[in-house]
Structure formats: structure tokens, C-alpha cells
Design a protein around this ligand. Structure first.
Ligand SMILES: [Zn+2]
Ligand SMILES: [Zn+2]
Length: 398
């Protein structure tokens, strides 16, 4: 590995920052303390900051030389509303809140890069260090864009990175095109006519109509989607009725749809409604169908991805880089940035969990698990990658 030496030298400082953030997790748009810590560090290192984009967002700006080229690097800052079961010294001090997705580590890695870039300035152009709130369902990326991120900080490209349990520690993985899925919710109410369960012929049974709709929906993925494409349709809630001898008036279904492309998403949304309306009609029932699109699919730009892959290879070695990683059907709001700017999103391996200190929970070290902890060995790796990506994107005049 060719990590940046000065970053290795302040690894323990980065670890301290990371563990302090881990102990003080804050939820979507409440990242006030985190935002203060980030802004204070950047200021201490001589980096001007813009605050308030996306409520608690912070952007550090490092300009050097005369070039008009620019790059954005993004870290997310928020934690999850769940209980940490680890009991080591840096475990969460806030009951019911936990850094279980490693955003504490993402923030610390980007701070490490910020410190080095400000001290060494071996680049020509502008670096925007984007510390984003509310990735976990709050669409903080979208909010920062709406608040004028790209007007205040007109960057040529933007990159993001997420730790990934299961990928060996310090390895990096990426792929051109779709890396993460769109996430969407659906809600269906089937409206029938309730009555005595012994007199079904005098009722319109919404339960049977809903059962048929639920089954037919499953054929949208298996029969209507091109087998080469990827989609998930999970019906996760089915509610109807209050008594064994009463046919209810209504049945309610809801769940999630994930796709890696817009085309498949458009088709599934339309087809779900067609199936619901017509199946219900066959029973004499009516439906109310709501489909809510949340995060869009995350599509890595091919050229930026290939560029980042070369930088990865130079930092950690080609044998630790996977440039054709299998996409994840989880969602990520970095997708909004990639709709607006070229760039790519990268996974950095968090390992299997052997890095965890004594006192960790007995569960697996996977994202959104109460026994998870970010792997501090990644701090110099991620920070070195960011620095090398900047130096390659904005080369200093020879
Ligand atoms: Zn998460
Ligand atoms: Zn995350």
C-alpha cells in the first residue's frame, strides 16, 4: 500500500475524532454537535467553511493555485435511531441512537484528507469537502442541492465512499453504472363492502381481492421484468379485519420496490396499479393506490469511475481493487449528487468484524446492526485515497 505518510502520522488523532463522533450519534438534521466538531476542525486547520446548507451541512473549501478546476468529496454525518449493544469505551452515550452505518468513520476519513490537503496543497484548483446530514431516509443530499450547494460550490465532479462489511478490510470496490437501487414505497387500500362472514354473497370481500392482487403483483418481477434487469417487490404489510365472523370493509397492503434503473421502476409502478385496479374490479371492489419514490437509483458515471479505479490501484494496489462489484439493492442518497454531477460512489471494505474491541456485541459486524463498529484501520486508507484522488484530478503545475 502507498498510503500518504503524514496521514499515517495522525492516524491516532483521526481515531480519536472518529470515536468521539461514535459516542455522540445524532439523527437526521439534528447533527448539531457533529457539525460543530467538523466546522471547528476545519477552521483549526485554516479551511474556510460554509454552514447551513441542508440545515446542519458543512462544506469546507480549499483553494490552491490558479486553475478553475474543482472536485467535491462527500461524507455523511448522521446516525440511526437504534440501540447500540456494544459496551466498549466509545459506545454511544445516547440511548436509542447509534452510528451503526459508519458515517462517523466517513466523516473522520474526510477530515483526515482535509487536514492533509490544507497543510500540503499539492494540487491546483478547488476542493469542496461536503459533510452531509440526513443520509438515513432524510435525503440530506437533495436538501443540500436545493439549498444551493452547486451554486455556492460549482464543482466539476463529486465522489463519495461508504464502508462495506464483508469486503476485506481496506479493499475498494466499485462498478460503472448502477451500484445501488432506487427505493420506493407503495400503499394500497382495497375497498369492498363488509358484512356477516356467513353471508359473503351480500358483501364485497376486500380480503380475497387483496390476496389475488398480492399474488399477481409477484408476477410483475417474474413475468414482466426483463430477466437481465433487476428488481425487488416485497409486500411487507397486509392488514385487514377485526373478527372471525366479520368481512371487513377494507384491506391494506404496503411494501417496498427496489430497482437499478428508471425504466424498470416506471414499468413496475404502472403495472402495479393496472393489476390492482383490474383485479379489484373483477371482485366488484375499488382501490386507492399510492406509490412514493424515495431515493433514485445510484448510477456511477463510467469515466469518473475508471478514473477513481486508477487512483485506488495506485494507493492500495490492483489486487485489492474490484472494479466490477455486484450492485446492492440498498439505497443511498448520494444518487442525487450523481444526477447533477459526474462522479462515482465507492465501497471500502470494513472486514468481517475482527477489528472490534473487547466489549462489542455478540451480533455480526454488519451495517445497521447493534454490534457494528467502523474499522479504524480504514481511516488512513480512505483519507489517503481522497488526497490522491484530489491530486490526480487537480494536478499541480509541474
Ligand atoms: Zn445506513
Ligand atoms: Zn450509510
Amino acid at each position: 500500500m502507498k498510503l500518504v505518510d503524514p496521514i499515517i502520522a495522525f492516524q491516532s488523532e483521526l481515531q480519536q475524532i472518529r470515536r468521539d463522533l461514535h459516542a455522540h450519534p445524532e439523527l437526521c438534521y439534528e447533527e448539531q454537535r457533529t457539525s460543530d466538531v467538523v466546522a471547528a476542525k476545519l477552521t483549526e486547520w485554516g479551511i474556510p467553511v460554509i454552514r447551513g446548507l441542508g440545515i446542519t451541512g458543512v462544506v469546507g473549501i480549499i483553494k490552491n493555485g490558479t486553475s478553475s478546476r474543482s472536485i467535491g468529496l462527500r461524507a455523511d454525518m448522521d446516525a440511526l435511531p437504534m440501540q447500540e449493544v456494544n459496551t466498549f469505551a466509545h459506545a454511544s452515550v445516547h440511548p436509542g441512537k447509534m452510528h451503526a452505518c459508519g458515517h462517523d468513520g466517513h466523516t473522520a476519513m474526510l477530515l483526515g484528507a482535509a487536514k492533509h490537503l490544507s497543510e500540503h496543497r499539492n494540487f491546483d484548483g478547488t476542493v469542496y469537502l461536503v459533510f452531509q446530514p440526513a443520509e438515513e431516509g432524510g435525503a440530506g443530499a437533495k436538501r443540500m442541492i436545493e439549498d444551493g450547494l452547486f451554486e455556492h460550490c460549482p464543482m466539476d465532479a463529486i465522489y463519495g465512499m461508504h464502508n462495506w462489511p464483508g469486503i476485506p478490510s481496506g479493499h475498494m470496490s466499485v462498478t460503472e453504472g448502477a451500484l445501488m437501487a432506487s427505493s420506493n414505497e407503495f400503499y394500497l387500500t382495497v375497498k369492498g363492502k363488509g358484512g356477516h362472514a356467513a353471508q359473503p354473497h351480500k358483501c364485497i370481500d376486500p380480503v380475497m381481492a387483496a390476496v389475488q392482487i398480492a399474488q399477481s403483483w409477484q408476477t410483475i418481477v417474474s413475468r414482466r421484468t426483463n430477466p437481465i434487469d433487476t428488481a425487488v417487490l416485497s409486500l411487507t404489510q397486509f392488514h385487514a379485519g377485526t373478527a372471525t365472523n366479520v368481512i371487513p370493509d377494507e384491506a391494506k397492503l404496503s411494501g417496498t420496490v427496489r430497482t437499478l434503473s428508471w425504466d424498470v421502476l416506471d414499468m413496475i409502478e404502472k403495472q402495479m396499479e393496472v393489476v390492482a385496479v383490474n383485479t379489484a374490479a373483477a371482485f366488484g371492489a375499488e382501490v386507492e393506490f399510492k406509490f412514493r419514490r424515495n431515493y433514485p437509483p445510484l448510477i456511477n458515471h463510467p469515466e469518473a469511475t475508471r478514473f477513481a479505479v486508477e487512483v485506488m490501484k495506485s494507493v492500495i494496489g490492483a489486487d485489492k481493487v474490484d472494479d466490477k462489484v455486484e450492485p446492492s439493492m440498498a439505497a443511498e442518497d448520494f444518487a442525487y449528487f450523481l444526477q447533477a454531477k459526474p462522479g462515482c460512489y465507492i465501497f471500502i471494505g470494513n472486514g468481517e468484524g475482527d477489528h472490534r474491541e473487547g466489549g462489542h456485541g455478540l451480533g455480526p459486524c454488519v451495517l445497521h446492526n447493534g454490534s457494528y463498529d467502523f474499522n479504524d484501520n480504514l481511516l488512513p486508507v480512505g483519507a489517503s485515497f481522497w488526497v490522491k484522488l484530489v491530486e490526480a484530478s487537480l494536478p499541480a503545475a509541474a
